[in-house]
Design a protein around this ligand. Structure first.
Ligand SMILES: Cc1ncc(C[n+]2csc(CCOP(=O)(O)OP(=O)(O)O)c2C)c(N)n1
Length: 295
């Protein structure tokens, strides 16, 4: 008789994966997913699975071979994305995905380097790296999964928590102003700035393809529901999901200062800054190297 589960994590996931068979509609992206690691660590109704699917679809559609794609994630629930994609991926320290990706892009500019991580990871602990990478306009595709809180650690408020929202660490409501992410990205120098939700899969897919195409710092803020956030705000999960579907309005030409996410106001989505022409950091670096070498 077996009383203890003596399987290692790896054995356990391989055993579990035998039971996971993807439906036929996912056949095109199946080679890009590490299904042997399924089921994922994400909670039921988490938006991250949708993002994983859309990003994998974007790789297929990009016509850039998978071996040229690299994904870098930091710490958090969103940070696990890199581990589920069958492309070169790095799961790095908290807040440091952008500097890590910067190193990859400078060493191998021919690679398509994407950073996918949480709002806390990229904008709070990693905020300084974010603003300076945008200022340099290095060619990275930065996908910020904004679930409005620190998810993995249990729902604390962060720099994107809407004002007044109740969280584990703001039981009387958040007193702080959150970041207006598209405005911040633009002010720091980003070349492409968009905001979608995980439910807008076609628009999100097109925005990711655009980010691949643009040679500069691309930022896509992706709004995604978190069960913990819903619970702390006394929202039912389905209500939150409905809110991200029904409270949103698409307005590509919205003035950036009107994009703050506020209670009881519609959430504006769109590709706000389509293409800002300026030299990318790795291009300028390569030009100097060539000049110094007399090429
Ligand atoms: C240096 C450091 N500080 C704090 C932590 C604890 N920590 C782990 S995940 C996390 C929050 C991540 O939040 P976010 O980036 O929003 O991702 P989510 O889990 O919501 O997807 C924190 C603070 C850590 N791992 N390392």
């Amino acid at each position: 008789m077996e009383f203890l589960n003596t399987k290692t994590y790896e054995e356990e996931s391989i055993a579990m994966s035998k039971r996971v068979e993807l439906p036929p509609i996912y056949k095109d992206i199946e080679p890009l997913l590490r299904t042997e690691r399924f089921p994922t660590i994400w909670c039921p109704a988490c938006g991250l699975g949708l993002l994983l699917k859309t990003f994998a679809k974007a790789i297929v559609k990009s016509e850039i071979p998978p071996e040229k794609h690299v994904v870098v994630s930091g710490i958090g629930c969103a940070g696990r994305i890199a581990g589920y994609l069958r492309i070169d991926g790095y799961h790095v320290t908290h807040g440091r995905a952008i500097p890590f990706a910067t190193g990859i892009k400078l060493a191998k500019p021919e690679l398509e380097v994407s950073v996918i991580s949480g709002d806390g990871d990229i904008l709070s602990i990693g905020g300084n790296h974010f603003i300076h990478a945008a200022r340099r306009n290095i060619d990275l595709n930065v996908i910020i999964i904004n679930n409005f809180i620190y998810g993995m650690t249990g729902g604390q408020l962060g720099s994107t928590t809407p004002k007044g929202a109740k969280t584990m660490t703001s039981p009387y409501g958040n007193l702080e102003e959150p970041f207006n992410v598209p405005l911040l990205a633009y002010a720091c120098g980003a070349s492409f700035v968009a905001r979608w939700t995980v439910f807008h899969d076609t628009q999100l897919l097109n925005a990711i393809l655009k980010a691949f195409e643009i040679k500069g710092f691309s930022v896509i803020e992706v709004l995604s529901p978190c069960t913990i956030f819903a619970e702390r705000n006394n929202l039912k999960m389905l209500e939150l999901i409905k809110m991200l579907r029904t409270r949103t309005r698409v307005k590509h030409d919205a003035p950036l200062e009107e994009l703050m996410i506020e209670p009881d106001k519609p959430i504006i989505l769109g590709n706000f800054i389509e293409r800002r022409e300026k030299p990318s950091f790795e291009r300028s670096t390569l030009d100097i190297i060539k000049k110094l070498r007399g090429e």
